[in-house]
Design a protein around this ligand. Structure first.
Ligand code: PRX
Length: 649
């Protein structure tokens, strides 16, 4: 193995880890040589009501595509996360909660969580929620968000969590697509000292004439702030749960029954409802949580992701709770009120495992090490990174300042669609290289292909695909199976296409280079450039817009918009600010363009197709090697755009 920038597995970690390198090699070989045996064995980590007799039943043939795992088995995800722990660890802490304001603290045992989930499940039933119904959850980072998810799972309802930073329009489109009858929210959320008007956003979403399915809204009183109330439709959380029984039998679900929907952005169209089912997802989330973080009973595990993203689903709720872990939920932002907050939380709660995102690490890094002068950090053992490529500089800072050079870093690559981590180091098995997600998890077969779909061997770079299924894989796009097949299985036939590019080095390590499609990743949040464009052109004064990502020091990628205004409109600074606010209102704060360049024309082919590669390069300030512009209808557009480019860093 080449030794440049190689961080060996610390000896004490290797000695006590669940798997060392030799075991990893053996288990990996077995997992791909005989997936049935491998997964049949490992699926036993979950309690099944009726055991499965068949393990894997999958086909990546785009003419006849199906993905089924353990499909004649039955189980309940909520029982696996709660009931089965009661006898041995009912009094252990399931959730440590810290408010945005650190003076607010709460601890919930497994027994208490079980009781709360049962009460809320009974309340949902009383509201008429049935097996298979989609329930939309728009909640802050409070214990009740987890309660709501597990209560849905308990009664066989399908939850669809919408990130609390999304706008009323974004909520509305998800509610319409899921045909939700019931919505769960809070009066307000609290983040970074500010109140987030969750209920008001819901009211606005539901006031749209095309939102017709919602019959009830359950509202948690979080801040006590004033809210509008629609009699008959709106109900307080405490009122529907107070009288409810603290036990609720679980619904027996088929392994392939839906567990949840989660909307995510693609290159085109509206966000799609990624559908995950029950058995395979839970086996995969729980197993990866245990192995990737080398989780040991009794350890305190903190994932900083919001519950509105897949990381919050798989590695804050389902994986760790299925493993009986103690999880920490922080309501606010880990660098508020100061960058010291992250270290304070780790020390206060003696966190052993920390899972966070490069964007946060870069933000902390920019503030300086001095904020960690009082940080002890001795409790920390393993640290993870997720959501976007981590630059080696940030990796080293994380390793040194937060991990005191003794905690292995697991840089975990995966996607909403994959349900769980696919490429990652294992703490006791994998020597790490800053910036590389390293090797595949058990059962995962990555490959790199050229643009024609030919598999490339050895050290090389290409499109990242997966050659076979794993249990946590999404099963379909909700309500649009054809879109599922088209998006993931038609680009390269017989393979799942990730949308990412990657490099493989001489040691077989994978280095994710980023998206190769029109998806951008802003602070680890995934956005389709088409979504931002359609928000922009919905403004009366915008004739045309093209949006691309560009390198951003803290966010990873920033949003760069080229906007052509309608004839006669003056391009003023006020209008630029108005358009930024407009997009924010249409989609949510995370989609606010960082830079808006006025463009009198866009680079188009003679047939009218926008040549985005020119726009990407100009936005990245890479103007020396733009490539052949001769196919453009008007090549002079390029010079004009270069002259007035905004990112000259
Ligand atoms: O481009 C990859 C990037 O995030 C995309 C998936 O985004 P999302 O579905 O929102 O899920 C994020 C959390 C799993 C991927 O296609 N990505 C995720 N993790 C990494 C990453 N890029 C590089 N390294 C990672 N560790």
């Amino acid at each position: 193995m080449s030794t440049q920038s190689l961080y060996s597995v610390p000896a004490d970690i290797a000695a006590n880890a669940l798997v060392n390198n030799e075991q990893y090699q053996k288990m990996y070989q077995k997992s791909v040589a005989n997936p049935e045996d491998f997964w049949g064995e490992h699926a036993k980590r979950i309690d099944w009501i009726k055991p499965f007799t068949q393990v894997k039943d999958t086909s990546y043939d785009d003419q006849n595509l199906y993905i089924k795992w353990f499909h004649d088995g039955t189980l309940n995800a909520s029982a696996n996360c709660l009931d089965r722990h009661l006898a041995s660890k009912g009094d252990d802490i399931a959730i440590i909660w810290e408010g945005d304001d650190a003076s607010e603290q709460r601890k919930v045992t497994y027994r208490e969580l079980h009781a709360e989930v049962c009460q809320f499940a009974n309340a949902l039933k009383a509201q008429g929620v049935k097996r298979g119904d989609v329930v939309t959850i728009y909640m802050p980072m409070v214990v009740e968000a987890t309660v709501a998810m597990l209560a849905c799972a308990r009664i066989g309802a399908v939850h669809s969590v919408v990130f609390g930073g999304f706008s009323p329009d974004s909520i509305a489109s998800r509610v319409i697509d899921g045909k939700s009858k019931l919505l769960i929210t809070a009066d307000e959320g609290v983040r970074g000292g500010r109140k987030i008007p969750l209920k008001a956003n819901i009211d606005e979403a539901l006031s749209r004439p095309d939102v017709t399915t919602v019959e009830s809204v359950i509202v948690l009183k979080r801040t006590g702030g004033a809210v509008n109330w629609v009699e008959g439709r709106d109900k307080w959380w405490h009122q529907v749960t107070d009288a409810a029984a603290t036990d609720c039998p679980v619904e027996e679900m088929g392994a392939e029954d839906p567990l949840f929907l989660l909307y995510t952005s693609g290159s085109t169209g509206n966000p799609k409802g990624v559908l995950h089912t029950t058995g395979g997802y839970l086996v995969y989330a729980a197993m990866t949580h245990e192995y990737v973080f080398d989780y040991k009973p009794g350890e305190v595990y903190w994932c900083t992701a919001d519950v509105g993203w897949i990381t919050g689903h798989s590695y804050m709720v389902y994986g760790p709770l299925a493993n009986g872990a103690t999880i920490l939920i922080h309501e606010g932002i880990p660098n508020f009120p100061s960058p010291a907050r992250l270290g304070e939380i780790v020390d206060r709660h003696q966190v052993n495992i920390l899972y966070t995102a490069p964007t946060l690490i870069r933000a902390l890094m920019a503030e300086g090490k001095q904020h960690f002068d009082k940080f002890d950090g001795k409790s920390l053992r393993i640290m993870g990174s997720v959501g976007e490529p981590i630059n080696p500089e940030a990796w080293r800072w994380y390793h040194e300042v937060i991990g005191h050079e003794h905690c292995p870093i697991v840089d975990t690559w995966w996607q909403t669609e994959t349900g769980g981590i696919l490429i990652t180091p294992l703490p006791g098995a994998t020597d790490t290289k800053p910036g590389s997600a390293t090797r595949p998890f058990f059962g995962v077969q990555p490959a790199l292909v050229d643009n024609e779909g030919n598999i490339l061997e050895g050290a090389t770079e290409g499109n990242l695909v997966l050659l076979d299924s794993w249990p946590g894989q999404m099963r379909t796009v909700y309500g649009d199976h054809e879109r599922f097949v088209l998006t993931y299985f038609k680009t390269f036939r017989g393979m799942y296409f990730t949308g990412d590019g990657a490099r493989r080095d001489e040691d077989g390590y994978y280095w994710i280079t980023g998206r190769v499609d029109d998806v951008i990743n802003v602070s680890g949040h995934r956005l389709g450039t088409a979504e931002v464009e359609s928000a922009l052109v919905a403004h009366d004064l915008v004739a045309e817009a093209a949006v691309v990502g560009y390198p951003h020091d803290i966010k990873g990628q920033g949003i760069y918009a080229y906007v052509t205004l309608t004839k006669g409109t003056e391009a003023t600074e006020e209008l630029r600010q108005e358009l930024r606010q407009w997009v924010r209102k249409e989609i949510g704060a995370l989609a606010t363009p960082d830079l808006i360049q006025w463009a009198s024309g866009l680079p188009k082919t003679r047939s009218g197709k926008i040549m985005r590669r020119f726009l990407r390069k100009i936005a990245a300030n890479e103007i020396t090697n733009l490539g052949d512009a001769s196919t453009l209808a008007d090549p002079s557009v390029i010079d004009t755009l270069i002259e007035s480019r905004l990112n000259r860093a």
